[in-house]
Design a protein around this ligand. Sequence first.
Ligand code: HSE
Length: 401
Amino acid sequence: MIQIAVLGYGTVGSGVVEVIETNKADINKKAAEDLAVKYILDLRDFPGDPYESKVVHDYNIILNDPDVTIICETMGGTKPAYEFTKQALLAGKSVCTSNKELVAAHGPELLKIAREKRCNYLFEASVGGGIPIIRPLNYSLTAEHIDGITGILNGTTNYILTKMDKEGVDFDEVLKEAQEKGYAERNPEADVEGYDACRKIAILSSLMSGKNVNYEDIYTEGITKISSADFKYAKQMNKSVKLLALSRDTEDGFFAMVAPFLISREHPLYSVNGVFNAVYVHGNMLGDSMYYGRGAGKLPTASAVVSDVVDCARHQGKTIMCFWDEEKVEVADRKRARRKFFVRVPADKREAAMGAFGALAEVNVGLAEEFAFMTQEMSEAEFDEKMEKIGGCLNRIRIMA
Ligand code: HSE
């Protein structure tokens, strides 16, 4: 019998208990041993809950119980999750987590402790919710040199952008509706400003490079400036706007970014709609592969946590290899990245825009008060210089090649 503790009985934590209960027979067979939830740590009590008797408020009870060998950390945030995780690993207990903030901030340090203590720190649920993406990167694609990852890694923003695209409504209106339906947090900053996607691409980029990509080095823009007018133009160009998180390992350096991009109908990520997430991976032998599914939600995320629990059960006393060292990756200045841009300026800046950009392709959707165009490919630095000459714009969106 393998005894488990769950830290945090919120959405994901209660999902973990539910997944273990619902799929008990299958999971026990796959783990080759029976799994049982011994403790649930939470500040609250849960009178009437079937697991009420398992709830404890003192972490030391879990830490000091030698029967508990696997801990599911579903608390979120770094305090006190960092201390709790570190203490568990130092005590030789494996930790399975959905906590992307903690993995992005302290992943390599916690992995190192797990290696030293011959246990595991697993984080399949931290990126893409229920989509298997960490395990493919760690196990299945080990024969590849992965040189590109492009992801739709945030369900909230993808839901908002999809609604804007399909229904022609503006950002504020969709956000309000998403909040009412519970798809967006009351404080939506981490999602709509791209911070959540930034942490997730930092984790994937680190696994891609085998070294540490610091999330603070990743240039991040959210979706708050995207308007219904942008979608009118996007449609005219047979494109849509998606919040993309990407990293590229090139001869010119390692580039990573989170920003809204115009993406054409032919791109596989174009059809990833609503709360779904997808990760598009390029390897030098395999070429492209894509991983798609529910990137958030109680049971999909919990399912990924429990898959890690099964992996821990199968590897007791052994550390599963994870290539993520503490050595830092120098993330290249985004200004050196080259791409095309879509730009909207007030109509009276038409001449200035044509002067600054030279060859450009006008996009017309009948909005007389503005002039919109696609640029040639250029570096972000060149683009910024030209925009400075024009003196600003209504909006500009990067175009995915
Ligand atoms: N807020 C996140 C999202 C939850 O919308 O994708 C999953 O990490």
